[in-house]
Design a protein around this ligand. Structure first.
Ligand SMILES: Cc1cc2nc3c(=O)[nH]c(=O)nc-3n(C[C@H](O)[C@H](O)[C@H](O)COP(=O)(O)OP(=O)(O)OC[C@H]3O[C@@H](n4cnc5c(N)ncnc54)[C@H](O)[C@@H]3O)c2cc1C
Length: 419
């Protein structure tokens, strides 16, 4: 049986960074990827805008991924592509990883695991659109796969539902390829994607954005012929009498991403209902000893730079892991935050430079993130604005706050009075 110190599942940017970091920290490392090539979702993201934080350069997705793939290929890391992890089980010395590939079924033994399985897109069925089930309804990622990797245009005249970043990027991409994008319809009163993408992908191409609107029905038998769109009220319910038919042959859905965590759940890892990823400590170890999580499997990231950072943290944690009792304290969030990672700290580990990621629940101007321990403010940072689509990141030295297991740590956001 093959044995490793660290096995990383998923060869996207999170898994690549995790494998490199595990190896740099002296671990015998295996990287497993179900597709033929490493790079994950970046393989199909041929637009630029990747790596601005990390490399201060505007790279395409494949260019960004290649910088990590080159290092992985320089040696020292076992790589198994076209290999699908189907089962994880605990053993006395760590975990048994069952994989399926062209050679059949194999079980690999590993001391620790890094789960870097990315996320999946929400589909039409998950947003309850009525009507027939014709061809022509795609998730934005599938439309991107057809356009960028297979060289096939999936639509000539389409409506995009949801203003998430992938939908915005595809609005521009399909327009550049000659399709007519009739509009992006967003149920919420504010866009879901990054502000830069609203400007660069919609405004620059005169593509209309309809806020507080949704698609209520699809029409067509073999192929989509039209969609019905409606305005929605404050509770996001369609307003009767506002329906309009829009003739089109494509409906592109950009209605959210869900972290892919079936493997984590199979080991009994606790999931956070806010992030839909595993609850982790400052080393990104899940509630299962020796199992680490990173990238979009941990929480949906807006920038790939933070995906790589979390991979490095998880890979290092996995390589240095030695079983030890935990002394945990939870980081609670007030309702003003949509989510925050990590959700807890293990006081037996190093918490002197913990990256903290968070999102606000609403669009807020002139506000401050406040960190309180037992009701006392110990840290704060001001922001000119916070927007839910934009994840914020900061380093916190938690060792300064005299924490113990009974400490009540709370993160809150307060809007500041106008001066
Ligand atoms: C359309 C789009 C546009 C984006 N634009 C930008 C941008 O402009 N700038 C930016 O910074 N970021 C952008 N992002 C975000 C960034 O690309 C992602 O956050 C990042 O790629 C996520 O990396 P990951 O490694 O967590 O997941 P992924 O890249 O999804 O990789 C996960 C990998 O795990 C593998 N896997 C899953 N399950 C298994 C299994 N059981 N066995 C084996 N392998 C498995 C998958 O095949 C996949 O390769 C964009 C994302 C998308 C989708």
């Amino acid at each position: 049986m093959r044995t490793y110190d660290v096995t990383v599942i998923g060869g996207g940017p999170a898994g690549l960074a995790a494998a490199l970091s595990a190896r740099e920290n002296g671990a015998k490392t295996l990287l497993i990827e179900r597709e033929a090539r490493l790079g994950g979702i970046l393989k199909q993201c041929i637009h630029d805008g990747f790596g601005l934080v990390r490399f201060q350069e505007k790279l395409t997705g494949p260019e960004y991924a290649q910088r990590f793939i080159d290092q992985v290929e320089r040696g020292g890391i076992g790589v198994s592509t076209l290999t699908f992890v189907t089962r994880l089980e605990r053993t006395q010395t760590g975990f048994a990883v069952t994989v399926v590939n062209r050679d059949g079924v194999e079980t690999i033994q590993t001391k620790t695991l890094v789960l870097a399985t990315g996320c999946r897109e929400r589909t039409a069925k998950q947003v309850s659109i009525h009507g027939t089930r014709p061809a022509g309804v795609f998730t934005a990622g599938t439309a991107q796969h057809f356009t960028n990797l297979l060289g096939q245009l999936p639509t000539k005249r389409c409506v995009i539902l949801g203003s998430g970043d992938i939908g915005l990027i595809m609005a521009r991409r399909l327009t550049l390829e000659g399709a007519k994008v009739l509009g992006v319809y967003e149920t919420k009163p504010t866009p879901s994607g990054l502000t830069r993408n609203i400007h660069q992908c919609l405004r620059d191409f005169d593509i209309p954005l309809y806020l507080s609107h949704t698609v209520t029905r699809v029409l067509g038998q073999d192929r989509l012929t039209a969609v019905e769109v409606s305005q929605v009220d404050g509770d996001m319910r369609p307003i009767p009498g506002t329906q309009e038919l829009v003739a089109c042959d494509g409906l592109i859905l950009s209605v959210g991403l869900i972290p892919e965590n079936e493997l984590a759940q199979s080991l009994g890892a606790e999931l956070d209902p806010k992030t839909k990823g595993p609850v982790c400590d400052g080393q990104l170890m899940t509630s299962v000893d020796g199992v680490f999580s990173c990238g979009n499997a941990l929480h949906v990231n807006d920038l790939v730079d933070y995906v790589s950072e979390s991979g490095e943290l998880a890979g290092r944690g996995a390589a240095r892991y030695a079983p030890a009792p935990r002394r945990e304290v939870a980081i609670r969030t007030s309702p003003a935050l949509l989510c925050a990672v990590p959700q807890r700290l293990d006081l037996n580990r190093d918490n002197s430079k913990t990256p903290l990621y968070f999102r606000s629940r609403e669009v807020l101007d002139r506000c401050a993130l406040r960190l309180r321990v037992d009701g006392r403010e110990v840290f704060s940072k001001r922001y000119p604005f916070l927007r839910p689509p934009e994840m914020e990141r900061l380093d916190v030295d938690f060792t300064r706050f005299g924490l113990d297991e009974n400490s009540q740590i709370e993160l809150d956001i307060e809007v500041m009075d106008h001066e």
